[in-house]
Design a protein around this ligand. Structure first.
Ligand SMILES: Nc1ncnc2c1ncn2[C@@H]1O[C@H](COP(=O)(O)OP(=O)(O)OP(=O)(O)O)[C@@H](O)[C@H]1O
Ligand SMILES: [Mg+2]
Length: 280
């Protein structure tokens, strides 16, 4: 069986003695939606960046395959990493849109790996491509804003435009690094709903790092948790216990499960998670 994502024995040492990733192995099947949890500095962003082939792991060991294509091996990025990246959508906390360009142009840049160089340099898109971009914007619910400059959209709308970009990219794997960290609760809910919908309708594998534990558990059936760069939990979200969470986050926990420190739910319209109620 080929997996959407296959990681074997991946380590990354930035400073001697401190491993940002410590022998990480992990498989994600097509159509899975996985939350990546862990305290600040546990290695979530580092892992996602290695999966996307932005960085290579430690020399001499480790392998990352995405969509059956080798991204890196033994500390070297594959020669065809650019081509392999075409199937990976990356969603950043800060959206990474070009603010002065229209939303639709930003979305259509998702096609750039597939269009000829001269057209990508002139940002010339064919009518059918524009239609595809508009359809992607409609799917994430912001087609009304297609011809506005990206900078005029709210944070949540910009993030949905970034997700629409992964749709025109036809990404089979979506990696999202704290996509809701700078959003208000209502925008967060819409962005997470959008990711969940794409996961279901396109069977895209989604790996999303989140600081909000409650959000992770509601949207993602599976959780991978990191601590000091090691995978310390990989299993059903429903099986995470308060003890495991306390172990994972220590004193950070009450900040991460905000609804238990104040009575208000972290996201509107969502009931508290009773099985974790004593955790915070
Ligand atoms: N480019 C880099 N150079 C040196 N050290 C780095 C670099 N990137 C990450 N690190 C270190 O690797 C470790 C893991 O960092 P990483 O950013 O992956 O954590 P994280 O889980 O994403 O944290 P946060 O929740 O705060 O985003 C940290 O100790 C960090 O200081
Ligand atoms: Mg991070």
């Amino acid at each position: 069986m080929t997996y959407a994502i296959e990681v074997q024995n991946l380590s990354k040492t930035f400073h001697a003695g401190a491993k940002a990733l410590d022998n990480v192995s992990l498989q994600v099947a097509d159509g899975e939606m996985v939350a990546l949890l862990g305290a600040s500095g546990s290695g979530k962003s580092t892992l996602l960046r290695h999966l996307a082939g932005f960085v290579a792991g430690d020399a001499g060991q480790g392998s990352v395959k995405v969509n059956g294509q080798q991204i890196q091996q033994n500390g070297r990025l594959s020669r065809n990493v650019r081509a392999a990246r075409a199937g990976i959508g990356f969603v950043f906390q800060q959206f990474n849109l070009v603010g002065r360009l229209p939303v639709i142009t930003n979305v259509l840049t998702g096609m750039l790996p597939r269009v000829p160089l001269w057209r990508s340099l002139t940002r010339w898109f064919l009518r059918g491509e524009v239609r595809q971009g508009l359809e992607a914007l409609a799917q994430v619910g912001i087609d009304d804003y297609a011809f506005q400059r990206a900078s005029t959209l709210s944070g949540g709308q910009q993030q949905r435009a970034a997700i629409a970009r992964t749709l025109v990219q036809n990404a089979r794997v979506i990696l999202a690094d704290e996509p809701i960290a700078s959003l208000d609760p209502e925008s967060s809910r819409r962005v997470m709903d959008t990711l969940a919908q794409i996961n279901r309708s396109r069977k895209a594998a989604v790996v999303v790092s989140l600081h909000q534990v409650d959000v992770a558990l509601r949207y993602c059936p599976r959780v991978v948790a990191l601590r000091h760069g090691k995978v310390v939990y990989d299993g059903r979200a429903a099986d995470l216990t308060p003890e495991m969470l306390r172990d994972l986050y220590g004193s950070e926990l009450s900040e991460l499960l905000p609804e238990y420190s104040s009575r208000a739910p972290a996201m509107p319209g969502l009931a508290p998670l009773s099985h974790l109620a004593q955790a915070a």
